[in-house]
Design a protein around this ligand. Structure first.
Ligand code: SF4
Length: 214
């Protein structure tokens, strides 16, 4: 099922998307082979409900050992950049497309992402974000079901009407922090500088959004 399409429809009953049932479902999930090699499933962290929800691709080694998303080197850079640009990490809900680490940090396969997507849809319906941040190209392509490039799409707002709120959901793709670790120059026009500006835009959007479902 397409992620955005399923957010427009009544895809799941309310009793299927409680925090406890979803946590149990994810930590006990064996719907794809990644369950065989995980140390910990990484469901996600953050307040529920929450205005900003951030979605990456999948857990790495550190995330797998701690059961928390974005806690390795690139996660630390992301947290620092969020803080530097006015967003506290603890104020956003952070998760990934797949909840279990692909062995050797390989990319998650198409079937693994498909197997895990109902967890993600339920999480979005549970967290009810008004802003969705898609971190990295695979996350953007999977959630939006498109073939756009991250270079062209990052920093651009897209809007989709979803069933859990009156205003459209605002969606922004961002460069992945692992890419920013490789290209670390803060010079104007470089990826890191662009991402700092994108986070400031997200903060601005969060501050101006007054939603009745929080
Ligand atoms: Fe289940 Fe997702 Fe983990 Fe696969 S990656 S076992 S679908 S929770």
């Amino acid at each position: 099922m397409n992620i955005i399409k399923s957010l427009k429809e009544n895809s799941f009953a309310d009793n299927e998307i409680s925090k406890e049932s979803l946590l149990h479902e994810i930590t006990n999930c064996k719907a794809c082979l990644l369950h065989q090699t995980r140390n910990n499933a990484v469901p996600g962290t953050g307040p529920i409900p929450c205005k900003i929800m951030l979605i990456g691709e999948g857990p790495g080694e550190k995330e797998d050992s701690l059961g928390e998303p974005f806690v390795g080197r690139s996660g630390k850079l992301l947290s620092q950049m969020l803080t530097d640009n006015g967003i506290k990490r603890e104020d956003i809900f952070i998760t990934n497309i797949v909840k279990c680490r692909p062995p050797g940090n390989r990319d998650p396969q198409k079937e693994e992402k498909k197997a895990c997507q109902n967890h993600l849809i339920k999480q979005i319906l549970m967290v009810k974000p008004s802003i969705l941040v898609l971190v990295g190209s695979p996350s953007m392509k999977f959630v939006l079901d498109n073939k756009l490039t991250i270079t062209k799409s990052r920093g651009e707002w897209l809007y989709e009407q979803v069933r859990y709120m009156d205003q459209p959901l605002a969606i922004m793709p961002l460069f992945h922090p692992s890419y920013l670790l490789r290209f670390s120059s803060k010079e104007a026009g470089k990826p890191r500088w662009l991402t700092a500006g994108d986070i400031q835009e997200i903060k601005k959007k969060r501050d101006e959004k007054i939603d009745d479902h929080y």
